[in-house]
Design a protein around this ligand. Sequence first.
Ligand SMILES: [Zn+2]
Length: 337
Amino acid sequence: MLSVSAGRFLCCAVLLAPWPAVARAQNAEAKAPPVIDVHVHAMDGAFPGVAPMCPNTPKFTASDPRGKEEPFGCVKEECTPALYPSAPGEYIKDVVAEMERLNVTAVVFGDPKSVQKWKDAAPSRVIPGTSFSNGMAAGQRVDLEELRRDFTGGGFKVMGEIALQYEGISPSDPSVDAYFALAEELDVPVAIHMGTGGSGRANVAMPKFRGSMGNPLLLEDLLSRHPKLRVQVMHAGYPMIDNMLTLLQASSHVYVDVAGLIWSYPIKEVNRYIERLVDAGFEDRVMFGTDQLVWPKLMTYSISIIQNADYLTPQQKRDILYNNAARFLRLQTPQGR
Ligand SMILES: [Zn+2]
């Protein structure tokens, strides 16, 4: 499910040097070091009417119920460079070209048919993910045995994006416990949306959304029922850093991704949040992600934020961009150490 959607546009300007240019300058022949993006959506749309997007909005505007209200509340500004949607029919091709250029492997989430399109387009770069929500309507669930087949014979590797927060439901709610029991039984990691929603998510765009259901500590009951469950807290529980750190301390099976928040909140705040996670000692459990859903250049833009973070050591950048996700997903030996 989307932390932001096609309606987010014209937010702000942050100019960052694209890091692949640096890599090329060092060695014209070298391939970019590998990156894992743990949070991509299996979109395949023309996105009609979506305007160019300015990442890292500098602020959210106040809203008045008497007027027309913006769904995300980003202040409207021009920016350079804005990120553009693909031409009709070109989106998957454009993103896969970026994945090749940037040497990215991605966990791609969606219904099995949508994910298969991505698998077909980039078999060696797509790690398939799917979940138990059946469509966008709240409370619609995939049959448990069908989901079991997706993971035992269908090649799916991660259960996500689990977006119960948009339904106003806690991840520890008993009504969905059988799905988490399945994930624990099959040793499949789960990826749960916790946190980010943009400004006005509940009162303007999605009335069932609850900010409080993104509290990372709501995962504690679930984790106590399923002690072997491996959890990816999507969007790192933003902005509830203290509760996020409390959960990371209490449960060492919990990782976070910085998708969505990395490009959609004010840049100073984004860096402060990531720095806080790292400074608290959890640099081995922070994973890079984009929440890629509309703009192909979002991937290079988001990678550049990690690459340009002066509070991270080169090793910490490698860990966030690759090694931590490789460990979480049990992919292969760490790289860059
Ligand atoms: Zn999300």
